[in-house]
Design a protein around this ligand. Structure first.
Ligand SMILES: NC(=O)c1ccc[n+]([C@@H]2O[C@H](COP(=O)([O-])OP(=O)(O)OC[C@H]3O[C@@H](n4cnc5c(N)ncnc54)[C@H](OP(=O)(O)O)[C@@H]3O)[C@@H](O)[C@H]2O)c1
Length: 286
């Protein structure tokens, strides 16, 4: 049995490593000495990562995972078990944002968002937890968002996935603590990654005749301002590496001044006051 203090090289798995936070986290973990499996949905997107880890001779290899595909998650985790016989860190990072009024978002769009951001993480955890439980050690990092604790208009399903993952994480930290497994939530504000480019808009809400057109335009304006002030994904990676390498990490790690300020405001003000801020911010006419 291995323990936290074992001299054996620790093994990490990071989903969604083709770009942004996952890309930087895989590199940062490998640079910190973890044998890192950087999971990528489409292996054709692994060139940039491969070039860096080869140049730097990092203990990193890429592995295919589409988090919406049960078999691909199982296959990857089985392979890691066969090759390394342990998993010390799982970073559930793969995700994207879906935007649009609830009424105009199809059930298929909603299901795919949940399959990716929520069920993808759940499936990976259900496979990794027994391994960590037998090791009696392990850390699971769930990348949620400041949007996992506060909601803005037109992102109901994205928030739903992130709030859900926060709730599950808050619960399982208690059931897994006695097995030496720690759960960590990482809640970034705006990060300069492909996230903004990959944002999916509910197809029905693209219609110029949408009754939500005014709100959609106001929200788009606020979001384009937000993207002018982003942090580099390596800032998030740094927080993740710190959380998985120290003995007693915080359960919630907020990353970015915007997220700190907004979550601080949420904690200090009443629901009515928060609604007032949102109405001002997004020019909501009610
Ligand atoms: N950027 C932000 O402002 C921000 C803020 C708060 C939270 N977050 C969260 O941070 C996480 C990482 O996002 P990011 O900012 O780094 O954005 P990103 O650059 O778009 O990276 C997202 C990663 O997730 C992967 N992915 C998406 N769907 C997948 C699937 N079905 N299976 C496997 N991988 C999949 C993408 O792979 P492909 O290249 O194949 O699409 C990509 O590698 C997300 O969970 C996001 O919600 C981001």
């Amino acid at each position: 049995m291995f323990t936290e203090n074992s001299a054996v090289k620790k093994v990490a798995l990071v989903t969604g490593s083709s770009s942004g936070i996952g890309f930087e986290t895989s590199l940062a973990l490998a640079r910190s000495g973890f044998y890192t499996y950087a999971a990528i949905r489409n292996m054709n997107d692994s060139d940039e990562l491969t070039k860096i880890f080869k140049e730097e001779r990092l203990p990193l290899e890429t592995i295919q995972i589409d988090v919406t595909n049960d078999e691909s998650i199982k296959k990857a985790i089985n392979r890691i078990q066969v090759e390394k016989n342990r998993i010390d860190v799982l970073v559930n990072n793969a995700g994207y944002a879906l935007a649009g009024p609830l009424e105009e978002t199809s059930m298929e769009e909603i299901r795919t968002q949940f399959e990716t951001n929520f069920f993808g993480a759940i499936k990976a955890m259900r496979l990794v937890i027994p391994i960590m439980r037998k090791q009696r050690s392990g850390k699971i990092v769930n990348i949620t968002s400041m949007g996992g604790r506060i909601a803005v208009p037109l992102h109901s399903i994205y928030h739903g996935t992130k709030f859900a993952l926060e709730g599950v994480s808050e619960c399982i930290r208690y059931e897994l603590g006695s097995f030496g497994i720690k759960i960590i939530l990482v809640e970034p504000g705006a990060v300069g990654s492909n996230f903004w480019k990959n944002l999916k808009v509910a197809s029905k809400s693209k219609d110029s005749q949408s009754p939500y057109r005014k709100i959609i335009d106001n929200v788009s304006e606020v979001f384009s301002k937000m993207t002018e002030n982003v942090i580099h994904p390596s800032e998030v990676a740094k927080i993740i590496v710190n959380a998985v390498t120290i003995e007693n990490p915080e359960f919630r790690c907020i990353v970015g001044n915007d997220a700190k300020m907004i979550l601080d405001t949420k904690a200090k003000f009443s629901e009515k006051e928060i609604e007032g801020f949102m109405k001002d911010q997004f020019k909501l006419a009610y």
